[in-house]
Write a protein that binds this ligand. Sequence first.
Ligand code: 13P
Length: 325
Amino acid sequence: MSALNKIARTLVSNRRGILAADESIGTMSSRLESVGVEATEENRRIYRELIVTTPRLSESVSGVILADETFHQKLSNGRTFPEYLDDLGILAGIKVDTGAKPLAGALEEKITEGLDGLRERVKEYVRLGGTFAKWRAVITIGDNVPSARAVRANVHALARYAGLCQEGGLVPIVEPEVLMDGSHSLAKCQEVTTAVLAELFEELDLLQVELDGIVLKPNMVVAGSSSPEQPTVAEVASATVETLRATVPASVPGIAFLSGGQKPEVATEHLGAMQHLDPLPWELTYSFGRALVGPALETWRGEESNRAAAQKALSDRAVANAAAR
Ligand code: 13P
């Protein structure tokens, strides 16, 4: 088993999943402000410390994805975040993309940037204790979109990122997110997700990315969030698994879903329903951000006296997702 394969399998096996706590400074700041907390570097650190010190986190979380700022910060006990996670038996991951920017000539669509200097940054993250990385591409469904050029540009960047990570010893989480925004149907989401994943795996193959050393992080196949017709849990589960079976080679060790704005309990129900659709060639787990930490942030609201209750809110979601697996 290669070192990359071992890390990828550790991330997705044993009823655990990945916690995405890698919101950019801008996104984390607005989430803090939305619960009345001033968006300072220290408050972002305090909030991330609350998350990773949640009791028994390692029973349901195999890896935590950190943002660059957090990766270099220390907990109150003097340990860096990667060191502290390692103490707990949790793998430390790092978001290495630098965000989705307007694609030239297609202003409503985005291309994720961050390839420049990535080879050197990967070396530095490995030196500081990183074992895996994340890059998120976003694909929008709308009138005449996604365009062929937006899909091609994004899967190409994902494949180049994945190759550079593997070369440097980090397992790449490959995240092509088809957004839930819009009023499109479940069938439309399935059509677009199938096309994006098919093109992604062609590109990964072309750039000689080792599929047994990645984790795929896709969206679930759902209807647009403003669609009047919302599918049942069973419909989402079967459309998602059908899409993955049609596109994802069995050599990929695991698929870890993003939550994408689904209500936390609903994302968990979808994950649970998919596990019954045997036989699945890959592990199916979670790599949720909002669906894991959203209730904790709402509970905390910056008050030290709410700390234990906020950690319980996170723990409850993590345990429910582990059980759903
Ligand atoms: P959500 O689960 O909140 O969609 O976030 C997952 C993630 O890491 C997005 O890149």
